[in-house]
Every structure is written in structure tokens, then in C-alpha cells.
Design a protein around this ligand. Sequence first.
Ligand SMILES: Nc1ncnc2c1ncn2[C@@H]1O[C@H](COP(=O)(O)OS(=O)(=O)O)[C@@H](OP(=O)(O)O)[C@H]1O
Length: 586
Amino acid sequence: MHVHIGIYTHSYTHTHALHIMYVCACMCAHVHMRVCTRTCVCAHVHVCIHACAQIHTYMHAYTHSPPSSRGGSRYADRVSAWRLVPAALCPQGPPRPRKKQAPPVSEPGPTPAFSAPQISQAHVPPITGHQRWATVHRGSRGASKRLSGALQTGLPVPAPLLHPPDISVVQKLQGIESTFIARFEMEALSERFSPEQWHEPSAPDPMTTRAGRALAALLLSQPQPPPPPVRRKLALLFAMLCVWLYMFLYSCAGSCAAAPGLLLGSGSRAAHAPPAALATAADGTPPRLPFRAPPATLLANEGAASQEEQGPEAPDSPSPISSFFSGSGSKQLPQAIIIGVKKGGTRALLEFLRVHPDVRAVGAEPHFFDRSYDKGLAWYRDLMPRTLDGQITMEKTPSYFVTREAPARISAMSKDTKLIVVVRDPVTRAISDYTQTLSKRPDIPSFESLTFKNRSAGLIDTSWSAIQIGIYAKHLEHWLRHFPLRQLLFVSGERLIRDPAGELGRVQDFLGLKRIITDKHFYFNKTKGFPCLKKPEGSPKPHCLGKTKGRPHPDIDSEALRRLRDFYRPFNRKFYQMTGHDFGWD
Ligand SMILES: Nc1ncnc2c1ncn2[C@@H]1O[C@H](COP(=O)(O)OS(=O)(=O)O)[C@@H](OP(=O)(O)O)[C@H]1O
């Protein structure tokens, strides 16, 4: 176990006006556990406690149109108010006002004393001749929505703060911690400044600046709010410990599911991996994923050239649990890539695989080996999620399969890269491809007219990418020049829909993963017409792929379909031969 203590700062801007900087101290503990029986399983937990102080800076710029010579000029004004607010823990925010400190809202009375900057909302009424400012306090300790605020009546509001930009800023910042403007009004201005000090019609800007400085000084002179009681600190500490324990047990459950060795002493994937699989990558990065030899019954298939519509089914954001671990582990080049084919079912496969605790994948398609190769492997690796020992990094870009340069490039990265190709009947694949294009450009010609160079002669236009991608045998030849067949797995797109668990079983074997994903993970959604996940990665709720997957296809002329099937038949046969698997498309 390592413990470290550090100090850091971070800051953000709520709007253009309010900037908050945190000065934080953190204490982190990193626990690394290794449990070995017949095999070894590692678990890492990283937990930090942060204590922060906030520094608020409020600034704005506005256009002011003073009378006479200054008309139309633009002035920048800056009102800065600095205040240090001791906070218990960052997520907790600063301490809330005590219940008894908030006078009832219905009883206008004297300006309440401010004990802490916890006013969560500022209500700025429309400006009339005689101003009223109301501040709504959020009740403390569970009575969060209760109004227990104070109403200040009859207070003259200084002109600079009434300037429309000021008001709009205040309104914009409602609900944030900007209510110190109202605070100025309520407690500071009424006591320290006479309204006359704030009015100078001929030269309002210097006055505003002076006022800002005065307000800043006023704020700095305010007493610090009292520290939260020890009891609250202990409660927070206890809550942190509970979260830590929960995270630990959760991660343990994941690891244990993936590698029962932790609990049962059976073998993990890493432990069974052959040493040969630990070869060094082209850029010197040692791949950490040891692969098992693929099963003898490989299917065969090829790829596509896709620009997938990114939807919610292609999440890039890590799950809460993933985020928790994001500080641990390291980014690795992918050890396995779904290289194709476009519209084959690649998104479904990747999302299903992500359920596996030993799989970490990029959500979006990186398109590194076809479009961004000149950015270099370091750029590519940086796209990857962090992984721990024994976890596998994956990505999917279906266009790799039909990219001439991709096989050599991937081989140069690592000759051991595992390649997965989801293949689908080339005719329905072409229609699916066309449907996708049609959804973006409804004015394109019909499928039939794009398919044929000469329809009456039945001459197929093989230059059309929707047709070309489906000539799988031709594309596969390029890959086999750089990779042995055993390093490719061909997944049937049709079977992925009919029997996702069966197909996922083959994929997990191929990747050397324990078979964690089974039929228990899927249900068939009748409305969608596809299998969906009961619990996708990072979510307890069932999830189907989005609208861009499983679109209804347009009706295609049966004669055109027949000719297209005739066209693909010899290529399909060749493909079956090359891969040793009959996909049954003919
Ligand atoms: N479970 C599940 N849910 C929804 N859709 C599924 C699923 N499994 C496979 N498919 C089929 O995946 C087809 C889209 O393929 P890809 O994800 O490879 O498309 S893309 O190349 O990434 O754009 C998509 O093609 P279309 O039906 O033509 O839209 C689906 O048929």
C-alpha cells in the first residue's frame, strides 16, 4: 500500500463571469493486492481524499453608452471579489448555513448576517424605481428545497450594479455560487456605502471600478465561516470509506468473475497465456495481453469502409467504475481490433464485448490505420482507455478491412494483433450500406440504378463501394499476406443477431478471455427486432443499439437482387474456401 499527499490547483469558469479556482490538498492511498493460489490475480484500488479551498473571481465586460462624448464607447469593467472558503471535501462543497441563521421568507426584516457562501439561488426581481432584493437560502440538513431565506426591502440599489449587463449576469448565474452580488447589496452596500457613492452619471465606469475594489476589500475583511463540526467530518470520512469499500468489492467482483482464481483458485487468462504472446510491439511497448491460440474452427470473413454514425451506442465516456480506475493502469496499443466489415454488425459486437471486465475499448472509431496514420502510434495509443494487467485494449474501425495499407501498418504495430471481422451476406450488407447513405442524403439515385453499370445487360458496377466491400475474398487476400489465418476470427453477422451468446463465446475464446458473456447477458427486444444487452458496461439498465442500427431497408427489385446474388456467388465460394467456413449466403 502506498500513501501520498499532494497539493494542486484546478479551476473552471461557470460562465464568462464567474471563475472559481480550487486550491486542494489530497491524500491518496493506492492498494495493490496480489492473491496467488494456482494462478495469480491482482487488484488495484486507488482512493483519494481531497480538501479544497475555493477562490472566486467575478468579472464581466459590458458595453456602456454614457451620455455625451463617451457615447457608444466600449468599456471593460472588472469587479473582483476574492474570498477563501474553506470546504470540507470537494464533492461536498462549502458548508451550508445553519437553519436558525435563515429568517423566514415571509417576514421582511433586517439584512441577515452571512455566515457562509451557501446561498444557492439569487432571485433578482425586475428593476423598478425602488428596489427589492430577495435572497433565497437553501435550507440545511435535508430541508433542501425549503425556503428559509431573507427578504430585504426598500434598499436602494447602486447604479453600476443595476446596469443591465450586471443584472443579466446575476440572472445567468442564478443557482450557482454567484449570489455574492446580492450579498453585496444586502449587507455590504447598505452599511458601508451611501447610494450617492454609487452614482456618477457622467463617468460611471471609474466609479464601478472603485466600487469593485471596495467590494473586494469588503469581502476580504469578512470573517471566515466556522469550520464544519467534527461530527460532520467524521461522517464524511465514513462515507468515503464506504465508497472505497464498495469500489473495492465491485472491482473484486469483476476480477473474480473474470478470473476466479481470486476466489476459487482457478486459472486466469493471463496465467494461461503462452510466453510467445508477450512479444514487444513495434514502438517498443510490450503488449501485456497474452493470447491463447485460436480455436481450430475459425470462420472467415472480410471488412468494410465505414464512417459510422456515432450515437449513444458508441460511448466514449467511461462508466463510473471505469472512471474510478482511470487514474490507474496505462494506455496500451490495442491487442485486438475489429477491422470490418462495414454494416456487418461491428458495433453490436464491440458493445457486447465491452461487458467483459477484461475488455476495455474505445467507443468511437479511431480510423488510425486508414486516415490518421501520419499522426503516429503515440497519438493512437493516447486514444486508448487505460487498462490494468490482464485487460485487453480494443478498437473497431470497419474500414480497415478494405484499406490496402492497413494490413502492413497493423502488422508493423504488432504482428500479434488479433483481427476480428464481422461478415454478413454481401447483398444485405450492400443494401444496409445504401440505406445508411440514403438516410443522410435522401436524394441519391435508387439502389438498382447505382448497382448496375448497364441494367439491361446486368453489368454490376464494382466501382461502387457498397458493392466492392462485399467482395470479401479479394480483401482477405491482402490480409493473408501479413497475418496468418489463425490470427483472424470471422464472426457471422447473421448469427450475431440469431445467437449472440454463441458468437460471443467464440470471440472470447479467440481473445483468450474467460467466457463471461453468456446468454444471461442478452434479451431479445421485440420492438427493436434485435438482441439487446440486459446490463451494458457501466449501466444497470437494459440497452439496445441506437436508431442507426437496425434501420428498415427499402424494397429492392427482385430481379436486381437475383443478379446481385449471381455476381457475389463465386466470390462467396472462394471466401468460404479461404476461411474454411460456409456462411450460407447462397
Ligand atoms: N444487436 C443488434 N442491434 C442492432 N443492430 C445489430 C445488432 N446486431 C447486429 N446488428 C446489425 O448491425 C448492422 C450495423 O452494422 P455495423 O455496426 O457494423 O455498422 S457500421 O459499419 O459501424 O456503421 C445493422 O445493420 P442494419 O440492420 O442494416 O441497420 C444491424 O443489422
